[in-house]
Design a binder for this molecule. Structure first.
Ligand SMILES: C[S@@+](CC[C@H](N)C(=O)[O-])C[C@H]1O[C@@H](n2cnc3c(N)ncnc32)[C@H](O)[C@@H]1O
Length: 267
C-alpha cells in the first residue's frame, strides 16, 4: 500500500545504494567527470586538502559511507590508514580492486548503522553530505558509533547542505515520464512518477520515486531524505550527541556547504 502523502522520515526498506541495478549506476556516477554522487575536480581536491589539514600525520581514519574509495585512495597516498565501510557492494568491489598501499587501506562491505565496527580511530568522517541523508534516528546511531570509535582526542569531519544549496537541486512538485530504459533507474522500459516535498519546520526535503517496469509491471518505491542545516543547527545537533565543535567553514567549496570539524566533548 502506498501513502497518499509522503510521510516525514518514512523508510520502506529499499535504498538506491543497495538496489542491484541502480547501485551500479551510482558507482558510475562517482567515477565519471560530471558532478553527481560525489565531488569532482577542484572541489574534490579542495575537500581532500581540507581533510588533510585537520588531522595529524599517519592518522587512522574510519570513512563511513566510503563509496568507491575516492577519498580513501587520496588519503592513503598521503600516508593515512583507512577503514572504509559502505553497503554499495559494487562500490566496495571497485574500491578493493583499486586500493592503494594495501596494508594500510581496508574496505568493508557493511551497513554502518547495523554492523559493529572494531577498533579505535584518530579520525571519523562522513562526507559528501551523506550525514544529512540519514533520518534523525539513524543520525543518533551514527553519532554514537562514531563517538565510541574515536580516540579521546579524535576528530570528526562531516559536511552538510544548507537550505540554499539544497534548493538549487530540488524543486517542490510532482512529475512523471516514460523511459525506454537503459538509464539510471531501470534497464527495461519503465514509467516513473516522482515527488519532491519540503518539510520546512524540520529543514528537510523528501523525494520519492515510483518506477514501474512496463513489461513486468513490478513497482519499486524509493524514498530519499536530505536534511539541511545552518551553523547553529548543526552545532546544536552535534553538541547534543557528545561532540564539541572545533570549526564550521562555509567556503571550502561552493559557498554555503558547511564543513564541520568536531571532537569528542570532554566528560
Ligand atoms: C553520496 S555517497 C558518497 C560516497 C563517498 N563518501 C564519496 O564522497 O565519494 C554516500 C555513500 O554512503 C553509503 N551509505 C549510505 N548509508 C550507508 C549505511 N547505512 N551503511 C553503509 N554505507 C552507507 C552509500 O552506499 C554511498 O556509497
Amino acid at each position: 500500500m502506498y501513502d497518499k502523502e509522503l510521510e516525514l522520515f518514512k523508510r520502506n526498506g529499499f535504498t538506491i545504494w543497495t538496489d542491484d541495478y541502480i547501485s551500479e549506476n551510482l558507482l558510475k556516477s562517482h567515477l565519471d567527470e560530471k558532478p553527481g554522487a560525489s565531488l569532482k575536480g577542484k572541489e574534490f581536491k579542495d575537500a581532500i586538502i581540507w581533510i588533510n589539514s585537520k588531522i595529524k600525520k599517519n592518522s587512522r581514519i574510519v570513512d563511513m559511507g566510503c563509496g568507491p574509495g575516492l577519498y580513501s585512495y587520496e588519503l592513503g597516498k598521503l600516508g593515512h590508514y583507512i577503514l572504509g565501510i559502505d553497503f554499495n557492494k559494487k562500490s566496495i568491489e571497485y574500491a578493493n580492486e583499486k586500493k592503494v598501499i594495501a596494508d594500510k587501506t581496508e574496505y568493508r562491505y557493511g551497513n554502518f548503522l547495523k554492523d559493529s565496527i572494531d577498533g579505535k580511530f584518530d579520525v571519523a568522517m562522513i562526507v559528501c553530505c551523506e550525514f544529512g541523508a540519514l533520518i534523525p534516528t539513524e543520525q543518533k546511531i551514527t553519532l554514537k558509533k562514531i563517538h565510541d570509535l574515536l580516540e579521546e582526542d579524535g576528530v570528526f569531519l562531516v559536511n552538510c547542505f544548507t537550505e540554499k544549496t539544497i534548493r538549487v537541486d530540488y524543486k517542490e512538485g510532482k512529475n512523471w515520464y516514460i523511459s525506454n530504459g537503459n538509464d539510471f533507474w531501470n534497464k527495461e522500459p519503465y514509467f516513473l512518477m516522482e515527488e519532491t516535498k519540503y518539510f520546512l519546520q524540520k529543514s528537510t526535503v523528501g523525494r520519492r520515486y515510483y518506477i514501474i517496469n512496463q513489461r513486468t509491471q513490478e513497482v519499486k518505491e524509493f524514498i530519499l531524505w536530505d536534511q539541511f542545516y545552518d551553523k547553529n543547527s548543526i552545532k546544536k545537533l552535534l553538541e547534543e550527541n557528545g561532540f564539541e565543535i572545533i570549526e564550521i567553514e562555509d567556503n571550502i567549496i561552493e559557498p554555503g556547504r558547511l564543513f564541520i570539524t568536531a571532537k569528542k566533548k570532554k566528560l
